[in-house]
Design a protein around this ligand. Structure first.
Ligand code: GAR
Length: 194
């Protein structure tokens, strides 16, 4: 007998190419996640339209409506997740720093993909910083979400060489291809073990 799939939400803020990779991977019969909801803090995020075109439930909760009250924004999202029976969250280009409150609610059930070889280059402009530092390699990391920004335990990483004359955009594109493969493989591994 096959075990039931884990009802999973993907959080995005923009184009959502990692979301697309996850959803495509989940079309395999033995994939352990059911991507039942795509959430965005930005109602204009391009990825929302793609998710809807796939028949996936979407939810836009505009953070601007909540002013400086980040927790109120997250409580509104959290209520929707609970109402839908979501069990696991994949952050995929979700460009909001989470409050300790949300992190605590989803402790051990929320992972993020970050475009650097953590612990190097937390935060923004990761590829530019790797090139400027003269690093031989760039890459991406998937980690458990903890209260510190890009700070939780690393689950998996993929590496790419940094080439002579690389630009941040060229490196980002090379890393992004690896992100897509790594995210799907890591979700498969984590949720198959559960
Ligand atoms: C990805 O490169 C992801 O690693 C990064 O944003 C991009 C989103 O692309 N995430 C972060 O920087 C989070 N700190 P996508 O919307 O096409 O998946």
């Amino acid at each position: 007998m096959t075990s039931p799939k884990t009802k999973t939400a993907i959080f995005i803020s923009g184009r959502g190419s990692n979301m697309v990779a996850l959803v495509e991977a989940s079309k395999a019969a033995d994939f352990p996640a059911d991507f039942a909801l795509v959430v965005s803090n930005d109602p204009t995020a391009a990825g929302l339209e793609w998710a809807a075109s796939q028949g996936i439930d979407t939810l836009a909760v505009d953070h601007k409506t909540y002013g400086k009250d980040r927790e109120a924004h997250e409580r509104a999202i959290d209520a929707e997740l609970r109402a839908r029976g979501i069990e696991f969250i994949c952050l995929a280009g979700y460009m909001r720093i989470l409050t300790p409150w949300l992190v605590e609610q989803w402790s051990g059930k929320m992972i993020n993909i970050h475009p650097s070889l953590l612990p190097k280059y937390k935060g923004l402009h990761t590829h530019e910083r790797a090139i400027e530092a003269g690093d031989a390699e760039g890459g991406c990391s998937i980690h458990w979400v903890s209260p510190g920004v890009d700070d939780g335990d690393v689950i998996a990483q993929a590496r790419v060489p940094i080439l002579d004359g690389d630009t941040p955009d060229a490196l980002a594109a090379r890393v992004l291809k690896e992100e897509h493969k790594l995210y799907a493989a890591t979700v498969r591994q984590i949720l198959t073990k559960k």
